[in-house]
Design a protein around this ligand. Sequence first.
Ligand code: NAG
Length: 209
Amino acid sequence: MLPLLLSLLSLLLLPSSSCASDFCVADLKGIETPAGFACKKVSSVTVDDFVFTGLGVAGNTSNIIKAAVTLAFVDQFPGINGLGISAGRLDIAVGGVVPLHTHPAGSELLYVVHGYILAGFISSANGVYYKYLKKGDMMVFPQGQLHFQINAGRKTAVAFVSLSSPSPGLQITSFALFANSLPSAVVEKVTFLDDAEVKKLKGVLGGSG
Ligand SMILES: *[C@@H]1O[C@H](CO)[C@@H](O)[C@H](O)[C@H]1NC(C)=O
């Protein structure tokens, strides 16, 4: 009886009594697999793994798209590993745009907190769904769909997003086409654009070839 009591007592008094399945804070030094990162040892997990402080600050919109996307994906926020969620912040200056892009692994909810945004997506059946959104409006972009956000007002627009994966991915279509070294002749063939336009876009977006 006494040994049993002692072992029960020691269980209650264990310092890190978190169950292995409570959470799996990402060990960012390890490799990422489709199932996420391996877990950090519970003994080295701290509250800061579950807190992300970067979304209160406006991103720098002095760039070619006049917009900033601040990500709280698992790489920035290890506590969300394995939880099926992530977040982000969009700052879009006047005239700015978050160009056509996809998140291959997650759906996105966008919530406008400042200004006006023209947002939309193009489905795989080429259905077009777009709308002017104002403060307080929310729109969902289903997983994998091409979508965009454009500042439609006269002041900076701000929105917060949440995504249904800790690692939803982000591929910007124009960058995929014109910001790499795929030979221009191939890009022209697969986009139906002429040589001058392809070379111009490669020049603007940093592509070569
Ligand atoms: C914003 O980015 C631009 C271009 O990279 C840079 O020149 C500028 O210093 C940045 N501004 C701030 C406040 O970081």
